[in-house]
Design a protein around this ligand. Sequence first.
Ligand code: 13P
Length: 247
Amino acid sequence: MRQIVLAGNWKMHKTQAETREFFAGFLPQLASLDPARQVILCVPFTDLAAALEATANTAAVSIGAQNVHWEEQGAFTGEISAAMLKELGIAYAIVGHSERREYFGDTDQTVNQRLRAAQSSGLTPILCVGESKATRDAGETEAWIFRQLQQDLVGVDQSNLIVAYEPIWAIGTGATCEAAEANRIIGLIRGKLNHPDVPIQYGGSVKPGNIDEIMAQPEIDGVLVGGASLTPDGFARIVNYQIPVEA
Ligand code: 13P
């Protein structure tokens, strides 16, 4: 069965003090969280320890990193290995976010290396794929995503994987992808995977105001949330989404 996975990606936001403040406001709002829902906060490396400490007694919430290097150790100034994350107690790592691909030189080859390194240390990677506006306008969305999947997933164990469909044009813009279109693309992504239980998330301007509609889509197993995961009330509303009951 596919798990429901609701993840926040804080990107480069929050100090340790702000991390503690977030969880002090967020955790009390999980009192009636549906136990079928897994909540993950992917925080900056410097906030991992504070986030782990704050959530130590909260089984519903796991902590993730936002990137992981592919080598076990070595002369890679500024990088963090999977074993370093695992030792801390980290369970997840985002890999191949479009911001890493665009600003920090990640390619499908390095994304593939990161995915395999994460898995070999026992982390569950969250692989991000998605097209730019230019690719969508050119009618090449499907081909673009299929190529990303084909190259990124070589040798990757799909029984220990989450995929996030994040159309780049919808990230941080307020221009959410229509829920039905996100559902369609996610269905196509599922058709390219070789394991039936890979949770596939949607990401891109997910907010309290659109989460219910997004999660009502049958193919969408969760969300990867940027800006709206930064406030305790906003992210609490997202993880406590409600699917309208059909009359
Ligand atoms: P926003 O929710 O801010 O659009 O960011 C989405 C994202 O990039 C999550 O990884």
